[in-house]
Design a binder for this molecule. Structure first.
Ligand code: ADP
Ligand code: MG
Length: 446
């Protein structure tokens, strides 16, 4: 009880702060009660409950820094923030139907039965990750150990991890599937309650440990320490470990070096943004699962629109599904266009050229210098800022951003964006620049 009251106070004050930082429509759509409320504050973690998966998704993806800044102001440094949906501790995939998620006994956690290897569409962007995942589920601990799957959000890491879980289950092997965060919290709790032996015993009895989202450990040193010991013990005893990350290993720098080198000692595979053919295949496959019939023209139309990731693309399919259920009609191309907007119409998202122009004029440099090759900081920082904002506020992907900047490649852009994310955590001036630039862009669109 106590903890919730306390959490309420923190969150109320934080909301007051956030209200001054974001535009009114954003505040009302995504933050204002009942969109969010405090659920719990304990073990140095503030849990915020979001009204639904859309709210939690948006907050996680676009507002996390704002939230975390506002909360840190009210609390000691290092407070963790967790966003959950509707009383569950589990952030559902907003695009998957809840019924498909059934508990698998051996796992003790909900595994999505639709997330299987069979349902994972192959393409050049993901076949290596797929092959490696398949291989470890057939011979856990014997081939690649640890296996680390890396990609940006929404490109299929969790899907592959669940596929491994489903396959292990079929093969009657024992495993645990959990997020790195939950795994570590469990470890810390076992120390506090003097039950580390029990904790170790539990994990010693399995064949594989599947850990989602290691990036949560960034910057949490004590937590990393506990993580490392457990991880190491399991690894040494030949248990298969599979970890996913939405950052490349180099971007996890903040992790203890020992962990980084252990991870690099295994196999690291990445998943890239799928090409058109693969996107089309994914759409075909998802519509089959969701039991909707759409002709190829419509599917191509969807695949041609601009998305950050597969999850967003699936969102379009769900919109169409919802509408055709409401009207009882199968949609034609025209209705689809009307519903989703034309491919080049990016709705509330901002125009890339305009972002570039705004950033250049904010920093008082020319567009040529902004896009140019100079590494001088007065050009390099604005360039990174522009890439960061393009990624956040326009709907173009990393490669397209690279093209806007004289043909830089996708990893260079990613590096620039991570750089801004990391720096913004400690550099108040940078945060101020980002806020005022982005609010001038967001304001225009609302
Ligand atoms: P991540 O964990 O990388 O953020 P998810 O695994 O949650 O991404 O994937 C987001 C959505 O995209 C899921 O619904 C998943 O099924 C779908 N998806 C991604 N890649 C593929 C693929 N190759 N084939 C089928 N579905 C995919
Ligand atoms: Mg995931």
């Amino acid at each position: 009880m106590d903890s919730v009251t306390n959490g309420n106070d923190i969150w109320k004050t934080a909301l007051g702060d956030i209200e001054t930082k974001v535009t009114k429509p954003i505040f009302e759509t995504w933050f204002k009660y009942p969109k969010t409320k405090a659920k719990d504050f304990s073990d140095n973690v503030l849990t915020i409950e979001a009204l639904d998966g859309f709210v939690s998704d948006y907050l996680e993806k676009r507002m996390f820094t704002v939230i975390s800044d506002a909360v840190q102001k009210q609390t000691k440094e290092g407070v963790g923030i967790k966003i959950v949906v509707n009383g569950s501790n589990f952030i559902p995939d907003v695009n998957s139907d809840a019924q498909s998620i059934k508990p698998i006994k051996t796992a003790g956690i909900k595994i999505n039965l639709h997330y299987t290897f069979e349902n994972f569409v192959l393409g050049p962007s993901n076949e290596l990750a797929h092959a490696a995942s398949l291989s470890v589920s057939d011979a856990p601990g014997k081939t690649y150990n640890p296996l680390m799957i890396y990609s940006e959000v929404g490109l299929g890491k969790t899907h592959l991890l669940h596929s491994i879980a489903n396959k292990l289950n079929q093969n009657k092997l024992n495993f645990y599937y959990l997020t790195c965060e939950d795994f570590t919290n469990e470890y810390i709790k076992s120390i506090r309650t003097n039950s580390t032996e029990k904790f170790r015993e539990k994990y010693r009895s399995i064949d594989a440990l599947l850990l989602d989202d290691i990036q949560f450990l960034m910057g949490k040193e004590q937590t990393q320490e506990g993580f490392f010991h457990t991880f190491n013990a399991l690894h040494l005893s030949g248990k298969q470990i599979v970890i996913t990350s939405d950052r490349p290993i180099s971007g996890l720098k903040l992790l203890e070096d020992r962990i980084t080198s252990r991870l690099s000692g295994g196999l690291v595979v990445d998943i890239q943004f799928p090409d058109f053919e693969t996107r089309l295949d994914i759409l075909k496959q998802k519509s089959k699962i969701k039991n909707i019939k759409l002709d190829d023209q419509i599917l191509s139309f969807i695949a041609n629109r601009v998305y950050h990731n597969v999850r967003e693309m699936e969102g379009s399919l769900n919109k169409i599904l919802a509408l055709s259920e409401l009207t009882g009609k199968t949609l034609d191309l025209e209705a689809t266009e009307e519903l989703l907007g034309a491919p080049e119409d990016s709705g509330v998202f901002s125009d890339p050229d305009e972002i570039i122009q705004k950033v250049a004029s904010y920093y008082q440099i020319t567009i040529e210098d902004l896009k140019g090759k100079s590494r001088e900081q007065r050009y390099a920082t604005p360039r990174q800022v522009a890439m960061f904002i393009l990624r956040e506020d326009s709907k173009i992907n990393l490669s397209s951003i690279g093209k806007l900047f004289g043909g830089r490649d996708h990893s260079t852009v990613l590096h620039a964006i991570r750089r801004i994310q990391t720096d913004a955590a400690t550099n108040q001036n940078l945060r101020r620049d980002l806020l005022s630039l982005r609010s001038s862009i967001i304001n225009r669109n609302n």
